[in-house]
Design a protein. Structure first.
Length: 266
């Protein structure tokens, strides 16, 4: 069902998208997004809801999630939900509990966007903070594994489910001083390939990674403090690829590493 209201940044970006999805692309689908309170995750949540999806907003800061929830309720007739979960602190059992709530409320899960991430310090491995390393791996890698494992039954109940792990250029080619962040993204690429291979023959759940490339968010500003944010793409500019991967046109595309900057369009 089309959105009641759009917002200006989405309208502006849509004119330049390489893929023009129908207004009801995600109608009837339920998609969980991690890190949905800010940055790219917030934009994906607002955008996907405007294309008809029920969004489960997972994040660690309740008031940010509530603001996105309110925006979606005002702009659409979809059925969003909030999952206030700190991915660093939540044990596997917490993810299983969430999966149970999703199955009982929505019946199945059609999409899972692993988007939450920590940047961590940008220092040489030689000086990397040994206490921070496992905390970063917990959020960027272990939690993504826990959540995926717990949600697989709900994803396999859907006919055409999509799992997307958010990667980075430094998760495909190592680069000095990107430390645990780069290593965690390499791990995500590996998790995605293994899972895609395991699920491919059943044909119900596709699994891919997506590198958004430079995007105007708090994380980008932390990584490049001297950069003028106006020169960096807004998250809305990449939403054509995000929508494509969660919609029916991407059926059969699995085990791939997408890059928003050189995606030719659909
Ligand atoms: P932001 O830092 O702007 O947003 C990250 C989100 O993750 C926030 O909503 C944050 O919550 C959430 N988050 C962080 N830690 C936790 C946690 N422990 N539990 C739950 N949620 C958590 O990042 P971006 O939007 O820029 O990045 C999104 C993804 O895109 C990341 O995976 C990043 O690595 C990737 N990426 C980004 C690029 C860019 O240029 N921006 C380039 C390449 C990849 P809160 O707001 O409450 O802190």
């Amino acid at each position: 069902m089309p959105a009641k209201t759009d917002y200006p940044e989405l309208d502006n970006a849509r004119r330049h998208w390489r893929y023009q999805p129908p207004a009801d692309l995600l109608s009837g689908r339920t998609i969980l997004i991690t890190g949905a309170g800010d940055g790219i995750g917030r934009t994906a949540a607002r955008t996907f809801a405007r294309y008809g999806a029920n969004i489960v907003l997972l994040g660690r800061t309740q008031d940010k999630l509530e603001a996105v929830f309110d925006d979606i309720r005002t702009a659409t007739d979809t059925d969003p939900a909030i999952a206030p979960i700190d991915l660093e602190q939540t044990p596997y059992e917490g993810h299983v509990e969430l999966a149970g709530m999703i199955e009982s409320h929505y019946g199945r899960l059609d999409g899972l966007l692993h988007n939450a991430g920590l940047l961590g310090p940008r220092t040489p491995i030689e000086h990397y903070d040994t206490a921070l390393w496992p905390r970063l791996m917990q959020v960027n890698v272990n939690a993504a594994f826990y959540l995926t494992r717990a949600l697989l039954p709900a994803l396999q109940t859907a006919d055409d489910a999509s799992v997307v792990f958010t990667s980075s250029s430094v998760g495909r080619k190592g680069r000095a001083y990107w430390g645990g962040y780069a290593v965690s993204k390499f791990a995500i690429e590996g998790l995605s390939q293994v899972l895609a291979d395991e699920l491919e023959s059943a044909g119900r759940v596709r699994v891919n990674t997506l590198n958004p490339g430079a995007t105007r968010t708090q994380m980008r500003a932390m990584a490049y403090p001297g950069e003028d944010p106006a020169t960096v793409a807004a998250p809305e500019q990449h939403m054509d690829l995000y929508l494509y991967l969660f919609g029916p046109a991407a059926r059969g595309q699995t085990g791939q590493a997408f890059d928003a900057r050189d995606w030719p369009g659909a």
